[in-house]
Write a protein that binds this ligand. Structure first.
Ligand SMILES: Cc1cc2nc3c(=O)[nH]c(=O)nc-3n(C[C@H](O)[C@H](O)[C@H](O)COP(=O)(O)OP(=O)(O)OC[C@H]3O[C@@H](n4cnc5c(N)ncnc54)[C@H](O)[C@@H]3O)c2cc1C
Length: 322
């Protein structure tokens, strides 16, 4: 089959069923006739206007972890020919991402801007306060929703703080050259280096946190160890170690959006449905733009799984004329 690179689909054609698609390449616009179309053009995470409209204020300033091309075109083209919007339009997958990362993903750095070892440290905002339970669960169950929590903070940043007891546990992404990092031998020195943070409040937060840990429970990074805080809000439910042994390391993060959860309604045959629940004949969708799979949160690894599973089903049905 023919593959066309640098070619953007801009419109679907429906004549009863789907009859083709118009594409643009360079200055040329062309209509391609087809009995079926499979849309797999991603969510609207790279579209600042749609992010703000559907995810809410502040989302215009989120960094985009991946491609600049997933701007919601597929969703909008499908809805223009009758597809029903569905799923969690105000929800998305978003992570803690280096504060100085570029606006869109950088293929040379890839995932390196993510910062996912926070379960072993503390996260503080501009007010020097904690705002999530860093140890609520293994990172695979919290990382995709904590980006939103960072976005909600003053000036949309946070610092992840680690003391020397755990720095050997930090993931590889903490060791890249393009990292926003400070180090210090004392907490007082660290407080001054945390740009944008209320120093005194930060020191008070750490002191209160250190005093709240039940040290009789052994630390074990491989299980939910139950080594928790008591009497502080928010709690830290696992892996609570004191922040008192230098040298300390701190990493500045903002919100990096991965993909959006809202899209078009499909059934288990990857057929795109209209508002009445009927198949738009000849139209299929898969991947991020096929809605109804993720709500509020996301278990690690399931994005590629969803795209592969529904992509295969959609392709087979489109080829078979379902
Ligand atoms: C940095 C990063 C790390 C990730 N890590 C993981 C992971 O470890 N495990 C996991 O399961 N998932 C991961 N994901 C999520 C996973 O990559 C996506 O969920 C999956 O790739 C979605 O597949 P898709 O086909 O819907 O979209 P994509 O793979 O994004 O493909 C969409 C394609 O459509 C193209 N396109 C957009 N608009 C148009 C248009 N108008 N015309 C023509 N083409 C268009 C885009 O250029 C793009 O090539 C990660 C995502 C990112 C960004």
């Amino acid at each position: 089959m023919e593959i066309r690179y640098d070619t953007r689909a801009i419109e679907l054609h429906r004549d009863g069923g789907i009859s083709g698609v118009t594409v643009r390449s360079g200055g040329t616009t062309e209509r391609l006739d087809a009995d079926a179309v499979v849309l797999a053009a991603g969510g609207f995470q790279a579209n600042a206007e749609m992010r703000t409209r559907y995810l809410g204020p502040g989302w215009d300033l989120a960094k985009v972890r991946g491609t600049r091309y997933n701007t919601g075109d597929g969703i909008q083209m499908a809805m223009a020919v009758g597809a029903s919007p569905a799923g969690n339009w105000s929800g998305c997958h978003a992570v803690g991402w280096d504060q100085n990362a570029p606006e869109f993903g950088d293929l040379a750095v890839g995932d390196g801007f993510q910062k996912h070892s926070y379960p072993f440290g503390l996260i503080v905002n501009a007010e020097g306060q904690r705002f999530v339970d860093e140890g609520a669960d293994f990172r695979n169950y919290t990382y995709a929703k904590y980006g939103r929590r960072v976005l909600e903070q003053t000036n949309q940043f946070a610092w992840q703080i680690f003391d020397s007891k755990v720095t050997h546990l930090l993931r590889d992404e903490y060791k890249i050259r393009q990292v926003t990092k400070v180090t210090a031998d004392s907490l007082e020195e660290l407080a001054v280096k945390l740009e944008g943070v209320d120093n005194e409040a930060f020191l008070a937060t750490v002191a209160e946190y250190n005093d709240s840990i039940d040290q009789s429970v052994p630390f074990n990074p491989n299980v939910l160890d139950g080594r928790a805080t008591a009497g502080i809000t928010p709690p830290k439910s696992n892996w609570a170690n004191t922040i008192e042994d230098g040298p300390f390391e701190a990493y500045a993060v903002t919100c990096g959006i991965t993909f959006t959860f809202g899209g078009v309604r499909i059934n288990d045959q990857a057929e795109v449905l209209d508002d009445g629940g009927d198949h738009v004949p000849g139209l299929y969708a898969a991947g991020e733009m096929a809605a109804g799979i993720f709500f509020f949160n996301y278990p690690g690894g399931s994005g590629l799984t969803a795209g592969s599973v529904f992509g295969k089903i959609a392709g087979a049905n489109a080829a078979g004329g379902s």
